[in-house]
Design a protein around this ligand. Structure first.
Ligand SMILES: [Fe+2]
Ligand SMILES: [Fe+2]
Length: 240
């Protein structure tokens, strides 16, 4: 059941409450999560595009090369925006294709997939926000710059998707591949998480895990699924 935390629950909220929450893309058990993490650790990275390399270099420059939770929080601030851009373009496309309902229905599928991916990234962000909430945040480095990065990345994703969707899918596949590898290394670098419980306000939404390590492995696996989806879409980028 979806747990609504807002103070104002109307009839839509009540109806929503009867649905299952959409948390991880595909929930794995402990052994599967460990196997997926190991697979990521040995899998070569994608051949990243220049725009992806520029983004990763900017993040390393501003937040350092060390894998900190704060850096992952910033990754998650940026991670959602291509899906927002694709959803926005899909809705515009549907408006202009209302005379071809079959086509519009297929475009709707793309919008729906993008929305689920966006929601999934949102849980990642909220969990990272929660885990870093005690840390002091610098207003420029930790508040303004992530927002600026996200806005610029949104504009880039939107423009690429309109001009040639394959470019936008490729950039996202690179971003997700980078995230999947980084999470695999993050878990490897923090063995103490194997004995640390995952206690969160978002457990009802994102699921329960044996420990913090498995929760991060699940996020890493979500990133793998996002990458695979974008890689597939690179082969059929246009709405048909
Ligand atoms: Fe994510
Ligand atoms: Fe992601």
């Amino acid at each position: 059941m979806i747990v609504l935390m807002t103070n104002a629950v109307g009839p839509v909220g009540e109806a929503l409450g009867e649905r299952e929450p959409f948390g991880p893309m595909k929930k794995l058990d402990h052994d599967q999560l460990v196997a997926e993490q190991q697979r990521q650790l040995v899998q070569p990275r994608r051949d990243y595009s220049r725009s992806a390399k520029l983004l990763f270099a900017t993040m390393d420059l501003v937040y350092g090369k060390t894998r900190t939770l704060e850096k992952f929080r910033v990754i998650e601030v940026v991670a959602r925006v291509p899906y927002m851009a694709w959803e926005s373009v899909a809705y515009i496309a549907m408006t202009h294709t209302s005379k071809r309902p079959d086509f519009a229905r297929r475009v709707y599928d793309r919008a729906m997939v993008a929305r689920f991916e966006q929601d999934n990234e949102q849980w990642h962000l909220l969990i990272l926000e929660e885990l870093t909430s005690q840390k002091r945040r610098h207003w420029l480095r930790n508040r303004v710059i992530p927002q600026v990065l996200a806005v610029a990345y949104y504009q880039l994703s939107w423009m690429m998707f309109v001009v040639n969707p394959k470019w936008s899918y490729r950039l996202n596949a690179d971003f997700e591949d980078h995230a999947a590898h980084e999470y695999a290394h993050l878990v490897e670098e923090n063995p103490q998480w194997e004995d640390e419980a995952f206690v969160s306000k978002f457990e009802a939404d994102y699921g329960s895990y044996d420990n913090l390590a498995d929760m991060f492995r699940q996020i890493g696996y979500d990133e793998v699924i996002h990458r695979e989806e974008s890689e597939l879409m690179m082969t059929q980028p246009r709405y048909r």
